[in-house]
Design a protein around this ligand. Sequence first.
Ligand SMILES: *Cc1c(COP(=O)(O)O)cnc(C)c1O
Length: 445
Amino acid sequence: MNAQKYVEKDPVIARIAEKKETAWINPYFLPFDMTNAVCQLVVSDDDIEDARKRLDRFASFIRRCFPETEETGGLIESPLAEISSMQKELEKAYDCEIPGRLLLKMDSHLAIAGSVKARGGIYEVLKHAEDLALESGRFTMEDDYARLADDDMKEFFGQYTVQVGSTGNLGLSIGIMSAALGFRVKVHMSADAKQWKKDLLRSKGVEVIEYADDYSKAVAEGRKLSDQDPMSYFVDDEKSVNLFLGYAVAAKRLKKQLEEKNITVDENHPLIVYIPAGVGGAPGGVAYGLKRIFGDNVHCFFTEPVLCPSVLLGIATQEFEKANVHDFGISGITEADGLACASPSGFVTRIMTNLLSGEFTVYDGKLYDYLRLLYSSEKIQIEPSSCAAFAGPCGLLQYEDSRRYCEEHGLTEETLSQSVQIAWATGGRLVPEEIRREYLETYIK
Ligand SMILES: *Cc1c(COP(=O)(O)O)cnc(C)c1O
């Protein structure tokens, strides 16, 4: 693609190409009513509800295989935590104002996979298993799903292979769940993938295939190898609607959590959400689900490292999956390994074009500063990729463009003071102790 054309036309894209921290307000954003009909045709409320019900059906299976989910009755769900100390520390450290209440959605601590991928990744594997089991006639939807963990079913699933390309966390969620069902699993990993993630996968009996190249290459190779094998199923992060649906289920569950905390979301009490984006699937699915429930009262922003703002470029240029950070002279190599996707999902950049409010980009060094601040103020540790979320609440009133967004969308001083802002922590629980210590001591200029 001709990147220069966009750099010359748009000063914000020029800043992005200079790898400077930026707020980008989406010029394609529309009021929810104007998007509703088209969205329903692509991913409908019924589709999301169907996914939610499927996860409910699988609860007894998940509980049986993963006793850690006993407490939530076999649902994989994360806490929504008040982080007022972090809010104050951020305001102090970055001389910014963060109005309203700042909450942390702790998908970093989701059971089984320790990241947001426990939503989409696990959902897609479960759906595939259900499809195979039903087709085989060995299982009906009226059966107790815990039966899927019986030896004969495991043997049945053992004839099949599941493959996926991953920077790490998607591989963990697909790998762990596929192995639990008895599938053979191959995870194609990019050069950015952290060693500990590869080691953990191998310890679960997953075959890890490493590539010297970036994420898009790992996906392309994995897809090709899987397509050659009729018994193999490829989880396609760049295209999958099932992954997206698994992520979207988060929204209804969040609504319930907000209600439990007596938090109202309406015109005078807006919800502002910031989610780190890699290829776009996880933040896209979650944000899409939230828009379907809260409409104009939720404002969804993605956050990306300045070194890999692929989703931003995909939407800003409307070149979608053809956008590639390399064309803008950006390396795509970042400490935020979970966000290191040089090209975004074509499906997600299209479906989010009119729904996403904008993006905030963040320097790699700041990820570690945020990580330390969260740990010292709240005793919560998350991984560097997740920390990108904090660029949102810090940036909202710091940039002229995002301040203008607020003015134009009813986010006055008064409504902002009654708002809830959510930083979506996307990963961290499985990080080994010695790597955690390393993270706390990593400083980058
Ligand atoms: C995968 C991942 C994301 C982003 O998800 P995408 O679907 O790639 O956009 C964010 N944070 C962490 C920790 C991740 O592993």
